[in-house]
Design a binder for this molecule. Structure first.
Ligand code: Z5A
Length: 207
């Protein structure tokens, strides 16, 4: 099987972590050898950058954008490209669509700058499949709140998350072949049934 690069995206508390575990076990059951990773993070340096992004005080949007791409450059070099080259699938919690959604949508940064960084750092590498877990903001926020801990992003106002969601939905419209929206507002069983449909399509795709 050709190694695939799959990313999982969505706003606050939509269930990425929960469903990534489901996706990992679904694919492993089908005989897929994979690496599960996340952004920002995935490498020792990337995890340090993640700490800065989530826990430091004020930060400009430009600083945020440069940090997520710094972590991504390291992640691609140390984890993602080597895994794909070794024939392993890569399952990644968030990737560059998050930069378009959070920094482009949420922080109103110029998407041309994001596009330039994307081209420079990724050099044409794109996920084969991106699942966008989508719920009305209130559902995701209330799920996240139940967990109790709040980071720098989670302290943002509702308008910020609305803009993030809209930017994600715009991306899905722009790249319908790669980004598949999954309704994440139902029960876990319903969401996972939706995810499984897309995984099956990928498992049976020959190119
Ligand atoms: N960021 C960025 O700005 N730019 C970038 O380029 C990148 C990232 C890559 C950290 O991401 C931050 O980095 C992120 C954007 C920024 N900030 N935010 N917000 P993260 O992915 O680590 O953080 P997160 O979005 O806050 O993820 P999360 O809080 O861990 O949420 P989640 O993984 O989507 O949800 P979960 O933990 O799986 O589920 C939340 C709860 O809901 C949990 O108790 C579940 O049991 C429950 N749940 C899940 N699904 C269901 C259903 N269907 N029904 C009922 N309950 C459910």
């Amino acid at each position: 099987m050709k190694p695939r690069f799959i990313t999982l995206e969505g706003g606050e508390g939509v269930g990425k972590t929960t469903n990534l575990a489901f996706m990992e076990s679904y694919l492993r059951t089908r005989g897929v050898d994979l690496v599960r990773t996340r952004e920002p993070g995935g490498t020792p340096l990337g995890e340090c950058i993640r700490g800065l992004l989530l826990d430091s005080g004020t930060m400009t949007g430009a600083t945020e954008l440069l940090l997520v791409f710094a972590a991504r450059a390291q992640h691609l070099n140390e984890v993602i490209r080597p895994a794909l080259a070794a024939g392993q699938w890569v399952l990644c919690d968030r990737f560059t669509d998050a930069s378009y959604a959070y920094q482009g949508g949420g922080r109103d940064l110029d998407t041309k700058v994001i596009g330039f960084l994307e081209q420079w750092v990724q050099d044409g590498l794109q996920p084969d499949l991106t699942l966008l877990l989508d719920t009305p903001i209130e559902i995701g926020m209330s799920r996240a709140k139940e967990r109790g801990v709040t980071d720098r992003f989670e302290s943002e106002h509702l308008g910020f998350f609305e803009k993030v969601r809209m930017a994600y939905l715009d991306r899905a419209e722009q790249y319908p072949d790669r980004i598949r929206r999954v309704d994440a507002s139902g029960s876990l069983e319903q969401v996972q049934a939706g995810i499984a449909v897309h995984l099956e399509q990928l498992l049976t795709r020959s190119v």
